[in-house]
Design a binder for this molecule. Structure first.
Ligand SMILES: [Cu+2]
Length: 257
């Protein structure tokens, strides 16, 4: 074999080795895009806003699998490749500027990408519609909830330790909530909507929900607020627009009776 052909074979091998990493990443990306991602233990959101949070969670989880996987592989490689082989002192290395720049720049880039997607989702979750289909005033108190539908003069309120109120919402419509507390700090927590927000005395919080499916959920107070904190439950019932109006009329009839 001539010197030249030998060199070209080594070169080819070197390039094949260099291309292997990106090829694996590209193949993994294609596989991930093709199959449906698992929920990774989170709720799918059930609202347009919660669903955005859910997809962000999936993205973060996939990113962490990649970073964790690469870190783990490098650890195993270092343990095996540089294991102790005898009593000789190994080659002493001090500093590697390109490597140091690389492992400073890559984490910064990762954080920047995650930050970008987080801000995008946060803006979506925090957006409040100018003309919502429905307004609901939520008041947290020791120990219960009051849901007022101001445009319909309907009030749902906790009555006794087991009389949990129901927050009825029309499906596919955007409802704007005005959340306050009457006394101490409470937490308006709806795990199925991937949503939680403090209910603070003297501070008004606004947020929107656009429910995607008719279903029922349980919400609770997420902030220890005193003796009957554990009883601060409420129901959320997402129904069709016509069922919603029927419910409103029932409540109005009950109130006038
Ligand atoms: Cu509470």
């Amino acid at each position: 074999m001539t010197e030249m052909s030998r060199r070209s074979i080594t070169n080819r091998r070197r390039w094949r080795r260099r291309l292997r990493g990106p090829a694996v990443v590209a193949a993994a990306g294609t596989v991930l895009a093709a199959c449906k991602l698992p929920t990774f233990g989170a709720y799918t959101g059930n609202t347009v806003q919660g669903n955005a949070t859910f997809h962000l969670w999936q993205g973060f989880f996939v990113a962490s699998i990649f970073v964790g996987g690469i870190t783990f592989a490098l650890l195993i490689y270092a343990i095996i490749r540089f294991r102790r082989r005898g009593d000789a002192i190994p080659k002493q290395v001090h500093g590697n500027t390109p490597l140091e720049i690389f492992y400073t720049a890559v984490p910064i880039l990762i954080v920047a990408v995650l930050f970008f997607f987080t801000v995008r989702v946060e803006n979506k979750v925090d957006a409040v519609a100018k003309k919502p289909a429905l307004r609901v005033d939520v008041t947290a108190f020791q120990w219960g909830w009051k849901f007022v539908y101001p445009s319909y003069h309907v009030t749902e309120i906790t009555q006794g330790p087991t009389g949990y109120p129901t927050l009825v919402l029309p499906v596919g419509e955007t409802s704007t909530f005005r959340l306050v507390s009457n006394d101490v700090v409470h937490g308006f927590d709806l795990p199925n909507f991937d949503f939680s927000r403090y209910a603070l005395p003297g501070v008004v919080n606004y947020f929107d929900f656009t429910p995607q499916h008719d279903a029922s959920f349980v919400g609770r107070c997420s902030h220890l607020c005193g003796l009957y904190h554990a009883d601060m439950l409420f129901y959320v019932k997402v129904v069709s627009a016509s069922q919603f109006m029927t419910w409103i009329h029932q409540q109005q009839g009950r109130a006038s009776a």
